[in-house]
Ligand binder design. Structure first.
Ligand SMILES: O=C(O)C(=O)[C@@H](O)CO
Ligand SMILES: [Mg+2]
Length: 259
């Protein structure tokens, strides 16, 4: 059955970030992911992972000015030096945390910017990052994000993502298949997953439309997770949802899917 990782940016928000690791372990998770670790020294995070016997399976590269609305810098003009420095910072964290995957966000080009030029920059920056990360044993991931949550985000569909993976090389860059975004944007969740399986490096889930836990929305999870298992996906599925209530109280859904 699928292997689930707790997303500590969204789950266990009842306690401060560094205290979420222990709660995730107590709730039965063996692995965690989160968006950005950069407010904490890597050693402090490593200590929490080791202290509870958890694995770190994913985090994000620095996204630019997140509070100011930026969602990555890879497609933005005049940001290459910052982008590359961010990848180096992320690699230091990846080494310290023993994390083999890095989600690199592409950004939201401004209204006056050419989409073609932004896309060319995005692909060139990703190619550099993928090669640099491969040298350190880290796989770069890209994720199409739905237009309601992130209007104007550079990567909107799984076919666009597949073309980029193909162009850069599936040995160094892969698709982060987030069932929540995919359901909103494209649907056809299981056939699409089966077709894209060779280039999927990580999955994430949340129900639609409210991004809460499975069972709170429109996705038929028994069918979808059963098919994902049957088609041979053996990677992690990050629980990237905002619990509808208290995190542990909302974890009942997971029991029937745990191996
Ligand atoms: O929002 C998501 O979905 C993610 O996976 C994040 O890494 C980016 O916002
Ligand atoms: Mg996601």
């Amino acid at each position: 059955m699928p292997r689930f990782a707790a997303n500590l940016s969204m789950m266990f928000n009842e306690v401060p970030f560094l205290d979420r690791f222990a709660l995730a372990r107590q709730a039965g998770f063996e692995a965690v992911e989160f968006l950005f670790p950069y407010e904490h020294p890597p050693e402090s995070i490593r200590e929490r992972l080791d202290g509870c016997g958890l694995r770190q399976v994913l985090f994000n590269a620095p996204p630019g000015d997140w509070a100011g609305g930026e969602r990555g810098t890879a497609s933005l003009p005049d940001r290459q030096a910052e982008f590359r420095a961010g990848i180096e910072t992320a690699l230091r964290y990846a080494a310290a945390l023993g994390c083999p995957r890095l989600h690199v966000m592409g950004g939201i080009p401004g209204p006056g910017q050419s989409r073609e030029a932004a896309r060319a920059r995005y692909v060139a920056n990703l190619a550099w990052a993928a090669e640099r990360c491969q040298q350190e044993g880290v796989l770069v991931l890209i994720e199409p994000i739905n237009r309601h949550d992130m209007p104007g985000y550079i990567l909107g569909s799984s076919d666009e993502a597949a073309a980029i993976v193909e162009a850069i090389g599936p040995e160094r860059i892969a698709l982060q298949y987030d069932l929540y975004h995919t359901q909103i944007t494209e649907g056809d969740l299981t056939r699409r997953a089966e077709r894209l399986l060779p280039i999927i490096g990580h999955m994430q889930l949340a129900d639609v439309p409210h991004r809460h836990e499975p069972g709170t929305g429109e996705i038929a999870w028994d069918y979808v997770l059963g098919r994902i298992d049957a088609m041979g996906y053996r990677g992690w599925i990050g629980c990237e949802y905002r619990p509808a209530g208290e995190t542990v109280a909302g974890l009942g859904w997971i029991e029937r899917f745990r191996a």
